[in-house]
Ligand binder design. Structure first.
Ligand SMILES: [Zn+2]
Length: 297
C-alpha cells in the first residue's frame, strides 16, 4: 500500500455508536451504503435495533451529530414498540389463533398440546430449554401447515412449488420467487388458520400472476374464498399491496377496512396474550421486491 493511501486511509468505522436523549442512552448501528445520499435512521420493529445508514463518503462525526439531533425520534419510535416477553411457563400465546398456556413438565419428552381451559402447550425437559423448545415447536408446526396449504393451492392452480421455507423473517409475511420457492414467517402459526391459509393462497397465486393486479386478485378469490376475512392491510401504509387511498386496484366492490386487517388481529391477540409476538408483525410481502426480482409489474 502506498504511503499516500496509508496516510489517507479511513480508520475503521465503529459498528455501534451511542446517543443520549432525555437521560437514556441508545445504541445505534452504523452502516455505510453505496446508494445512500444522506444520513437516515430507522428502527427495526422486530429486533428494536436502531440503524443509521450513511453515504460511503460520509463521516462518523456527522453520523454521530445526526443521531444526537434525532435522539427524540429514536426514543419515540422505541417507545411505540411493544416490549418483548420471552416464552416462559404460564405465558399464554395463540396457536392457530387459539390461546394456549405454556405448561412446563419436568418429565422426558418434547412439546405437545393438551385440552383444557385454556388448552395447554406442554413442554418437557429442563426449564432452561423451554423457550427454545417452544420456538422450535412453533416453527415446525408452521412449516407443516404452510407446506400443506401451499401444496394444496399449487395443485388447484396446476403450478409447481419447488420449496417451502419457514424463516424468522421480520420484514414480510411471505414471499415467492418465479422459480417457485416460497418463504414464510413462522409467526403465521400464531394467527387463525384462515390467515395462514390466505397467505399460502396469496403466495402461490403469485406463481400465476407475479404482481398485484386485478387478475392476481381474481386468482386468489378463486382458490381461497375465505380471503376476505384474512386480507391484511400493510402497517403504516408501507406497502406490499396497492394502497387503498391511492389508485385502488382492488377487485370491484371490495372495501378494505382496518377492522379486517390481519395486522390488527394479530396485534390484538399478541397484546392480550403474548406481547413478545407483536413486535414482529411485518407487511405481507413487498411489492417492490417482487418487481425487482421479476422485473415486471
Ligand atoms: Zn403479494
Amino acid at each position: 500500500m502506498s504511503l499516500r493511501a496509508l496516510l489517507f486511509r479511513r480508520p475503521p468505522d465503529p459498528q455501534l455508536i451511542e446517543t443520549a436523549f432525555d437521560g437514556a442512552i441508545f445504541s445505534v448501528q452504523l452502516r455505510r451504503h453505496r446508494q445512500a445520499r444522506r444520513y437516515t435512521l430507522r428502527v427495526q420493529a422486530a429486533t428494536r435495533a436502531v440503524v443509521l445508514t450513511m453515504p460511503l463518503r460520509g463521516s462518523v462525526k456527522e453520523a454521530r451529530a445526526f443521531a444526537e439531533r434525532n435522539g427524540g425520534w429514536i426514543a419515540a419510535r422505541l417507545k411505540r414498540l411493544p416490549q418483548a416477553i420471552p416464552f416462559a411457563d404460564g405465558l399464554e400465546l395463540p396457536l392457530r389463533g387459539v390461546p394456549h398456556r405454556i405448561a412446563h413438565r419436568a418429565t422426558r419428552g418434547t412439546v405437545w398440546t393438551e385440552a383444557g381451559e385454556p388448552p395447554l402447550l406442554c413442554v418437557a425437559g429442563e426449564r432452561a430449554h423451554l423457550a427454545r423448545r417452544v420456538r422450535d415447536f412453533l416453527k415446525r408446526e408452521a412449516k407443516r401447515d404452510l407446506e400443506a396449504a401451499s401444496r394444496r393451492y399449487a395443485t388447484l392452480l396446476a403450478v409447481t412449488v419447488k420449496r417451502v421455507s419457514v424463516r424468522d423473517q421480520t420484514s414480510r409475511w411471505g414471499s415467492c420467487t418465479a422459480e417457485g420457492v416460497l418463504s414464510y414467517s413462522w409467526r403465521l402459526i400464531l394467527a387463525p388458520s384462515y390467515v395462514l391459509d390466505y397467505l399460502a393462497a396469496h403466495e402461490v397465486a403469485h406463481l400465476v400472476e407475479m404482481n398485484h393486479s386485478r387478475k392476481f386478485w381474481r386468482v386468489v378469490m378463486q382458490i381461497c374464498p375465505d380471503w376476505r376475512r384474512a386480507k391484511p392491510l400493510p402497517p403504516g401504509g408501507r406497502v406490499h399491496m396497492p394502497s387503498v387511498s391511492r389508485k385502488p386496484r382492488w377487485p370491484a366492490g371490495v372495501t378494505v377496512t382496518a377492522r379486517d386487517s390481519l395486522l390488527r388481529r394479530i396485534q390484538f391477540s399478541a397484546k392480550q396474550r403474548a406481547a413478545s409476538l407483536a413486535p414482529s408483525v411485518p407487511p405481507m410481502c413487498r411489492r417492490r421486491s417482487l418487481q425487482s426480482r421479476h422485473g415486471r409489474q
